[in-house]
Ligand binder design. Structure first.
Ligand code: ATP
Length: 580
């Protein structure tokens, strides 16, 4: 059937006016010849396999050809879809194998080796020179994401190589040195961590010639980075405090308008509430980084909802990456909780542990700088190569202690929360929590100083009755890491969030760490000493009575007076009964 026949069929029974001539067969074009592949065809199905072509006159044969092509294309599309699904499945499987979970749109695939990183060969050479054989899970996923210029919130266990995960893409993207001021800013909570990150940055960018600065001497910094300086800097690594000091000068003593990448390491620490909070400084820094195209990346081993909420609201196109379980302790550390009875029991337990044999280097965490000094004064006479690091020591002293510990000149380092985050001492075998950590997050970071980069380690945490409010949450961390925990620790009544926050903010009052008898510790003559001892005994007695009767000395004065009166009435009753 050709086009003329079709026309005849369609116009059957119709009469045409005079002006309109009945078309003749020869007037119809030879559509078999003229039909092109891409002609528009409207098809009406007549029988099972017979079609009538209405426009541009395409024959059934052509139609079948087209149908074949279409089917082929459909098949190809389906194959393509299947292929993509399989690829995605494979990527998901690979992510699962590496405990990588991701949230976000169009997330770049994880790299499988350093060669998969789209970075310069010189960077890969530097990674290999550092002794790294393959990327760690966080590096596999975070590097491709940052290389695509996506903003990132990353959470990965302690010692899992987060530093290189953010340094590699930054080094790649800055390409070469420029004289336009700092283009990347890395914020760390402590100066020790900033120096460590600077060292890693220097190692990984070897051959690039970047000017990597750390804010150390503030007076020097005031003149070095101002608007009149030559702006020959590339990467700045610092604590927020020092940077804000420069920003507060009039005019600001540092320019951050060229910043392309802002990395916040230990993000949850910098977002913490409280007197030592960095939140205000962070806001000030973010304001100074006024380049519209700047990207932000946040890294930490622990995750808090405050950070996540901030990221969702302030970082468009955000990708979230978590390695393993959130807020879990690294599984390479064998953890133990040890009941020591009393403050004095801690010292006995520590000496016992040392007597049984420990393999240095060892870190001991205490809750305050005073206690760090007290414990140091005790251990120094035990013939141990020991030192202490805390905020009361000068910067030079702190740098020296860290250097000596790294070089193996100090075997046991007593420290405060200052060293809990980020510090990477190679081969720390044992972490002792002499004082119970103020929160489960602090616990995860403290014990994470051991068992880094796939090595194994141990952590022992002493506890007394006073530490019971946080015991359960930490016992659960141990359980989840597969460590043995006595059942009774898991069944302790939980504290409310409010109470837990209160504990985290204010460490419990503890007896001094000392074996010196109280009499010898008090300065002054005999009388002064006895007076002081009597005072302390009275205080201790009062404390015991308050505990027994659950009297809160500050809360309700009137109620307390009534209770005290009741107690004294009972006492006088007893006395009179005894007399009778
Ligand atoms: N791909 C790798 N292969 C082997 N070791 C690595 C690799 N990447 C980093 N490391 C090493 O792992 C150790 C821990 O790295 P890093 O300090 O970056 O950990 P982190 O995840 O930042 O830990 P934290 O949460 O405690 O700050 C370092 O000694 C580092 O040199």
């Amino acid at each position: 059937m050709d086009a003329y026949d079709i026309f005849k069929k369609l116009t059957k029974g119709l009469s045409f006016s005079k002006s309109s001539k009945t078309p003749k067969k020869e007037n119809f074009p030879d559509i078999k010849k003229e039909a092109k592949d891409n002609d528009v065809v409207k098809v009406v199905k007549k029988k099972e396999d017979e079609f009538i072509t209405l426009l541009n006159g395409i024959t059934k044969d052509d139609q079948e050809n087209k149908k074949g092509k279409k089917r082929k294309q459909l098949d190809e599309n389906q194959l393509d879809k299947k292929r993509r699904l399989l690829e995605q499945e494979e990527i998901n499987r690979y992510r699962n194998q590496n405990s990588i979970s991701v949230v976000g749109r169009r997330i770049p695939n994880p790299a499988r080796s350093f060669d998969d990183f789209s970075v310069d060969q010189s960077i890969i050479k530097n990674l290999i020179k550092c002794g790294y054989e393959e990327p760690t899970p966080i590096q596999k996923q975070a590097v491709p994401i940052m290389l695509e210029g996506r903003q990132l919130l990353a959470c990965a266990p302690t010692g899992s190589g987060k530093t290189a995960a953010f340094l590699v893409p930054i080094i790649q993207q800055l390409k070469s040195p420029q004289n336009s001021g700092f283009r990347a800013l890395i914020l760390c909570p402590t100066r020790e961590l900033a120096s460590q990150t600077q060292r890693e940055c220097v190692r990984l960018s070897e051959g690039k010639g970047f000017r990597i600065h750390i804010l150390s001497k503030i007076n020097k910094a005031l003149n070095q980075y101002g608007p009149k300086s030559n702006q020959k800097f590339d990467i700045l690594i610092t604590t927020p405090n020092r940077l804000c000091f420069l920003l507060k000068q009039d005019p600001p003593a540092i320019q951050l308008s060229s910043i392309q990448w802002l990395v916040i390491d230990e993000a949850d620490k910098l977002f913490e509430d409280g007197s030592r909070s960095f939140r205000d400084q962070l806001d000030q820094i973010l304001q100074a980084c006024d380049n519209k195209d700047k990207k932000i990346a946040m890294f930490s081993a622990t995750h808090t909802p405050v950070v996540a909420k901030w990221c969702v609201h302030n970082m468009p196109g955000l990708v979230r990456v978590t390695i393993g379980q959130r807020n879990a302790a690294t599984d390479t550390v064998d953890q133990k909780l040890q009941f020591v009875g009393s403050e004095h029991g801690k010292l006995i337990a520590l000496r016992d542990l040392i007597r049984q044999g420990i393999s240095p280097p060892v870190l001991i965490f205490v809750q305050s700088k005073e206690r760090a000094q007290q414990l140091f004064n005790e251990l120094i006479y035990d013939g141990i190569m020991v030192d202490a690091i805390h905020a009361d020591r000068t910067q030079t002293q702190r740098d020296n202690v860290v250097k000596c510990f790294r070089e193996g000149k100090i075997w046991v380092l007593i420290c405060t929360e200052l060293m809990a985050r980020g510090i990477d001492f190679k081969g720390v075998n044992l972490v002792i929590n002499y004082d119970f950590p103020p929160s489960s997050i602090s616990y995860v970071h403290r014990i994470g100083r051991a068992g880094r980069a796939g090595r194994t380690g141990q952590a022992v945490t002493f506890f007394t009755q006073e530490d019971s409010p946080l015991l359960r949450s930490i016992a659960y961390i141990l359980k989840e890491s597969g460590c043995e925990v006595p059942e009774y620790l898991l069944s302790i009544k939980t504290k409310s969030k409010k109470e837990a926050k209160k504990i985290a903010k204010k460490a419990p009052a503890r007896e001094d760490i000392t074996t010196v008898p109280i009499y010898d510790r008090i300065k002054g003559g005999k009388k002064a000493k006895f007076r002081e001892i009597a005072k302390r005994m009275k205080e201790a007695k009062n404390k015991a009575v308050h505990k027994k009767k659950k009297i809160n000395p500050k809360k309700n004065v009137v109620e307390n007076i009534h209770r005290k009166q009741k107690i004294s009435v009972k006492k006088s009753d007893k006395k009179s009964k005894q007399k009778n």
